[in-house]
Write a protein that binds this ligand. Structure first.
Ligand SMILES: Cc1cc2nc3c(=O)[nH]c(=O)nc-3n(C[C@H](O)[C@H](O)[C@H](O)COP(=O)(O)O)c2cc1C
Length: 409
């Protein structure tokens, strides 16, 4: 296959934001959609048990269904996880009135989830896997369910049998994370297995695992050229602009934009924490829409205008002045969310670790912004240079600050 042809095919792939429990809440999806504009996003899993969600699903779980594309919203796929088919079917019905299909999590490696017979536990017993999916599909309908799974529970040689089962099911799509449950997040994702699924299955197959740049996408694609698309998880936390960068490799993110977008993330989190119900309405009103070209030329003005417009709607923040860090007395939850994002972003920046840690230790917003400004000063003016730096991979590997990551899926 010629390099030119491959390039063209890759540019036609559908590229979405991977589901990430504890990370990709509505405010974060909105923010990533603004920056990188993926083709679609996915909710983190909604854990469905007998009693949960009892009466109503959180308003923040999938507000995208009320909003349109003009508002910077991209289509979002809801993901559910359950050990009982009946529980899953009960909740799936609620979403299927509004979305084309729902995704079922068959990949979560967490010991708690596996202990309850959900997530990747379903891969352990092919008969159970088959019965589980057949029952859900017969209740929800052909083409109404997609599955996200790993290569197997203990070993990748379990995959062939699972594919046999999947071949006979009328799924909307299959997403394969090219690792086993035993791997958790160690080693590299094996894309040749994803390629095998894409060759053999009669519906679209999406690949997941270790896409961190245009060149890594090219390498993975060579092993799985039949995929319909890919999803990006950790790569989008390191570089939230990655989706736009894959479309336009010359994309640059200047330090002013970087700083303001990070502040905007915090604002979105605060609005979500203080008055979650206003977030869809504000987004629906276009407040967070992707800036036009002329707005992008004066991004700073644009974001300040946005912030003021947002805070007028939140009574306790009506007099907030985003230019004055002394006023950043925001809630602890938003501070924690900002630190979480920073922990991921710093792995793409290549700044000395001691400097980046100051932000994580900041006791207040003032400290956070001050420490951020000290770093931003040192970044190149035109492009902060977010890129995959393998020496920082430990941030995602289940050690240190984000220790839960490895257990979360
Ligand atoms: C913090 C974190 C949370 C995750 N949560 C979910 C989840 O809720 N549902 C799911 O199917 N996968 C989840 N995953 C797995 C990702 O969707 C993805 O398949 C995996 O991280 C490999 O892709 P990547 O190398 O692009 O990150 C999670 C991964 C991480 C790092």
């Amino acid at each position: 296959m010629s390099a030119k042809k491959t390039e063209e095919e890759i540019s036609n792939l559908s590229v979405g934001l991977a589901p990430m429990e504890g990370v990709t809440d509505f405010a974060t999806r909105l923010w990533i959609a603004q920056n990188g504009a993926p083709d679609f996003t996915t909710t983190p899993f909604l854990r469905v048990t007998k009693d949960y969600p009892s009466k109503r699903i959180s308003a923040n779980f999938l507000p995208e269904i009320q909003l349109s594309k003009e508002h910077g919203i991209v289509p979002c796929i809801p993901q559910l996880m359950a050990s009982s088919e009946d529980d899953l079917i009960r909740i799936a019905g609620h979403f299927l009135e509004k979305v084309g299909f729902i995704d079922i999590n068959c990949g979560c490696p967490s010991p708690t989830v596996v202990g309850h017979g959900a997530g990747s536990s379903l891969l352990q017993n092919p008969d159970r896997f088959s019965e589980y999916l057949e029952r859900i599909i017969s209740a929800c309908g052909a083409g109404k369910i997609s599955v996200k799974m790993r290569l197997g529970f203990h070993h990748e040689n379990e995959f062939a049998r699972l594919l046999e089962i999947l071949r006979n099911l009328p799924l909307a799509r299959l997403t394969v994370h090219g690792r086993t449950r035993a791997d958790r997040y160690t080693g590299s994702a094996r894309w040749s297995f994803i390629g095998e699924a894409a060759r053999r299955l009669p519906y679209p197959v999406f690949g997941s695992g270790d896409v961190v740049s245009a060149s890594s996408l090219q390498t993975r694609y060579k092993d799985a050229p039949q995929v319909a698309g890919v999803i990006i998880g950790r790569g989008a936390l390191r570089d939230p602009w990655i989706f736009a960068r894959l479309r336009d490799p010359s994309l640059r993110v200047g330090k002013e934009e970087f700083r303001l977008r990070l502040i905007q993330f915090i604002v979105l989190q605060e609005v979500q924490a203080l008055a979650a119900e206003t977030l869809p309405e504000l987004a629906g009103g276009g407040i967070f829409a992707f800036p036009s070209e002329s707005e992008r030329r004066n991004l700073r003005e644009f974001i300040l205008k946005q912030l003021n417009a947002v805070f007028c709607k939140v009574p306790s923040m009506a007099n907030f002045n985003p230019e004055d860090p002394a006023q950043w007395t925001l809630g602890r939850a938003s501070l924690a969310r900002g630190k979480m994002l920073w922990n991921y972003l710093r792995s793409g920046l290549g700044v000395a670790p001691e400097l980046t840690t100051r932000i994580l230790r900041a006791p207040t917003w003032v400290g956070f912004i001050e420490a951020l400004d000290d770093i931003v000063v040192q970044l190149p003016e035109d492009d902060v240079g977010l890129t995959h730096r393998p020496e920082w991979d430990w941030v995602y590997a289940g050690a240190g600050h984000t220790g839960q990551a490895a257990e979360r899926e």
